[in-house]
Design a protein. Sequence first.
Length: 541
Amino acid sequence: MKSAEASNMQLGSESNGMRSQEEAEAGCPLKVHEKRSLPDCTNNAGSGCEDQLRDRVEQQFESPASKKLLVQPKSDKSQIEVGGRLAGENMDQSKDAADCASQLCNLPDDLLLRILCFLPLKDAVKTSVLCKRWGHLWALVPDLRFSCYFFPMHQRPLFMELVRRACALRRGSFIRSFSLSYYEMSDVVSEIKEMITSFVTTCGMQDLRLDLLNCGNAYTLPSSIFSCGTLEMLRVRSRCIIKIPYPISLSNLKVLILQDVIFEDDDSVEKLFSSPLLETLEISYCNWMKCKSINIFAPKLQHLTIYSDIEPGDDISNERQVQIDAAGLKSFHCEGMINDEYCILGDTTRLVEAKLLYAPSDIREEVIADIVVARNVKLLWFVSNVKELTLHIELIKVLANRDDVPLFGSLIKLRMVGEIDSVAVEGLFAVLRGSPRLRSLYFTREFFYYPVNGRHGLLDPMPSCFLSDLKEISVMIAGSVYNQKQLFMVGLFLETVVALEEMTIRFLEDHVDCEVLLEDLSKFPLASEKCRITFQPQQWC
């Protein structure tokens, strides 16, 4: 018996072969996730580790054949036999389970409903078999979330039947949130529209999310949605037409997220985007080509995000303006191909963070590229008061030889997106010279710049932040073999940034020899005595 106990006390490599053979004979699909011995675990965690081990073993071995396996912890307690435990243990555990179930059933309905809200609907329905008290409790859950992504195509009718029945049970009662995700929905558009009209907008709903993709021809979104005065959150991701009725009743709307929707007229856009309590507005790849001008007047708007693109046939030369009047705006993000002229009105001193991620060089037509670049540069002036700024490399390239570069007097963090070449370096230093309070500089991609004959004019004049505030720089080294172009700018920062406290060098894990890299970096003299070089391996994604 002692020899058996000794062999069972180890879960390491010596016992793996024996267990694999026993598992194969018993048909038990054990997967070993850790290579840690039981004695070590017991010594480190005490008796609590034994309870965890018991739970882990009970969960993994449920088949009758698994009764062969015996796990003996290193302690004075009695052995734990999986599948064939001692009678006393079974009685105690049954009593504990009964007591726990009784206590759970005695909880008030409000608390039980809060617990059920954390479960997927299909799991919440399963609780109806626990006891009479739980029979229809799941039907009172105030949050309904339906997603077809777990149903294969041939089971889509079953999914829609589930949605219909759940909605029928809740008709007329309060629903806090409703979420429906469905794709390839061309055959059920009418049914979903009817359900939205008759159910979604009549339950005092606060949160409505519709992700209805691949619907074929564009359909008109039911206008009753915009008469739901209790809505605080509205997300619509679907190729649908929005026509706002008069009067609009979204007086409590705080978050609005739209993707792929089509606006037919200026009036609909302005009504929807000017809700009095609106705080977050996200517009992704929406079509408002029929609109002549767009005015966003939202006094409480704090976060505005716009994703746009230029489609074939778009009239990029139009002079449509998007005017944003939001005195409380804190963050402004624009990504993609800008095809409108944006103008932020009023005081922008509260604007804290901005992202301008455009790639004008991706546009082949030179005339269109010039228009897009001009609009991008104009936006830089509107966000010049921010403390955190993210810019695409293609945007700063146009600043290389310009005299009208904005002054970023409050900028603390600057993040550059894209590869840095010789043109981008010139634009980068133009921004750095106008950022006297900059503390953190981050590059998402590697450098590809090395001056001809080793001469450059980047430090003429020297950015003032190099001498006072710039304390953190993070760069990227790519590839298993880096060259002078990737290290030149790293060395330049190490040699000239007097205030530098930490230089972080990121690289792909197992692609760069840290010792060799450190030896190469040691050739550069350090301008700062406080500077610390940190290596940060990255995983390929």
